[in-house]
Design a binder for this molecule. Structure first.
Ligand code: DAH
Length: 506
């Protein structure tokens, strides 16, 4: 699977990289062609492409489009057409059983993995690697992750006043079963290891199913307080609340005896460890008082975090839970619109994990939460697929600097956008205000206008005249607008602006 990862390559080169002999009789298998187009920056390519697509479509099978990535399913014979187009980046990945068997390789970045009987990653899933939505400026997942980091930074400070937590948000999502399962004491026969639930690259590697996969390695590297943020992969349905790729934040905090109990005259009165019976309330190696202090710190931290995002008055409750890597374990739920929503899982880290990572004098807690769920609840985002959208109707609503800002997402239409620009010279008397133009556009365009942005502001050095260029995005909520009808509205805007704002259309 995935033998080729080609960008604008000729068909022959493509065949060669794919491991097929040049000129070999092509099998009738299915290709997925990923055309990654930035609709926002290159709207005209979008239009070009659409007409192309329509011809392909009528000839060759079906196509789906999703979040700026256009996926075409077509027969391999027909590849020569799109590939020679120089004007957009094309990621061509194969999804064909023949290719899978004949080449038997999975390419991720620079590395090639040998496919085997466990391999089940698909080109579509692999296309999500490196998107790093949580790192994308102004993305709602980035806003939430910033709020979480900021909260943790301010809650835990060193005696000198520096944040204790380190943040690891660029760790590779390719991990070993040891990292994802064994290091977390997940039993060999545990259901969560199943091929049907995970994306295996081969028997030795998989795409991490949770950010907990990095706990053990970071602890053994010496980190005591850290957050891991990143994309995680699970085989799931695609519906409004499930998507096979989502983002998690993992928190881990380890403490020594004096950090947990504070410094006292007789430290021998306090213990982290004790040989007792494992029970509902504690592990067999822990001192109960130490566990209670950990629990109080953990719950206080997470309640504080949830209140920072969902408001001081948010109703919350703790529910007992089970995870192989923590004991005792809990889930935090918050009441939103009369429903109890699970926000996160957490607990006291199994001491065996710490010992295996080389830590013998500390105890700790951990938690894990899903960023999409928090963002959906916080902003009222109705569909998890929207996070992958490169549609400016979605993204522009989150374009603000202050991540702590609370907004409610307004649903945008799923009908396509039409983008037209308008440029004009401003009147020389300085009376022009952009907000006047925005009102004018709203008056004329009404609800067909989704956004207006000033994209260029330029003063002519000799003429001392200023020109503004605005991009107007038209989109109807209930139907597809044609370019012709948009042109009529756009012309009317130009005419009225010239008349009432004294601007000179360029
Ligand atoms: N890894 C868990 C999941 O993906 C979430 C989780 C639960 C993480 C408890 C933790 C924890 O660190 O202590 O469902």
């Amino acid at each position: 699977m995935t033998p080729g990862h080609v960008s604008g390559t000729s068909p022959t080169e493509f065949e060669r990289r794919r491991g097929l002999a040049e000129g070999a009789e092509p099998a009738r298998d299915i290709l997925e062609i990923y055309l990654s187009i930035s609709w926002e920056n290159e709207p005209e390519y979008g239009n070009c492409f659409k007409s192309e697509r329509n011809t392909w479509l009528s000839q060759y099978a079906d196509s789906t489009s999703e979040a700026g990535i256009m996926v075409l399913h077509c027969s391999r014979l027909l590849l020569s057409k799109p590939l020679q187009r120089p004007w957009f980046p094309a990621f061509i990945r194969l999804n064909s059983t023949t290719a899978q068997v004949s080449s038997g390789k999975v390419q991720i970045g620079e590395r090639t993995y040998e496919a085997d009987e466990m391999t089940n990653v698909t080109p579509k899933i692999l296309s999500h690697l490196g998107r790093n939505l949580h790192l994308q400026k102004y993305h709602p997942l980035n806003h939430i992750s910033q709020r979480i980091s900021k909260f943790m930074y301010s809650r835990y400070l060193s005696p000198r006043g520096n944040p204790l937590f380190s943040i690891h948000d660029r760790l590779q999502p390719v991990v070993t079963p040891h990292q994802n399962f064994d290091s977390l004491l997940i039993p060999k026969d545990h259901v969560s290891r199943k091929k049907s639930d995970n994306y295996y690259i081969n028997k030795d590697f998989l795409l991490r199913a949770h950010t907990s996969a990095h706990q053990s390695e970071l602890i053994s590297m010496g980190f005591d307080n850290f957050l891991v943020m990143g994309d995680v992969y699970r085989r799931d349905e695609i519906d409004a609340s499930h998507y096979p790729v989502f983002h998690q934040v993992e928190g881990v905090r380890l403490t020594t005896k004096s950090e947990l109990f504070g410094s006292h005259q007789n430290m021998d009165d306090f213990q982290l460890f004790e040989n007792t019976e494992r029970s509902e309330t504690q592990q067999g190696v822990h001192n109960l008082e130490a566990v209670k202090l950990l629990e109080a710190d953990l719950k206080g931290c997470l309640e504080g975090l949830a209140m920072t995002l969902f408001g001081k008055d948010a109703e919350m409750r703790w529910v007992d839970a089970y995870f192989p890597f923590t004991h005792p374990s809990w889930e935090l739920e918050v009441k939103l619109n009369d429903d109890w929503v699970e926000l996160l899982g957490c607990g006291v880290i199994e001491q065996e994990i710490l010992v295996n990572a080389g830590v013998i004098d500390k105890v700790g807690w951990a938690f894990g939460l899903g960023l999409e769920r928090w963002a959906m609840k916080l902003y009222g985002i109705p569909d998890i697929r929207l996070f992958w959208s490169s549609d400016s109707g979605f993204l522009s609503q989150f374009k603000f600097e202050d991540s702590s800002k609370n907004i409610r997402y307004k649903n945008v239409s799923q009908y396509p956008q039409c983008v037209n620009d308008i440029s004009f010279w401003l009147p020389g008397d300085g009376a022009y205000e952009p907000s006047d133009f925005y009102d004018l556009v709203r008056n004329i365009g009404g609800s067909t206008v989704e956004q207006v942005t000033l994209i260029d502001n330029f003063t002519h050095p000799k003429k001392k005249m200023t020109s503004h260029c605005y991009r107007i995005v038209y989109r109807h909520m209930e139907r597809t607008l044609t370019q012709e009808e948009v042109n009529v509205i756009h012309k009317e805007i130009e005419k009225t602006a010239a008349e009432s704002l004294n601007v000179v259309i360029r």
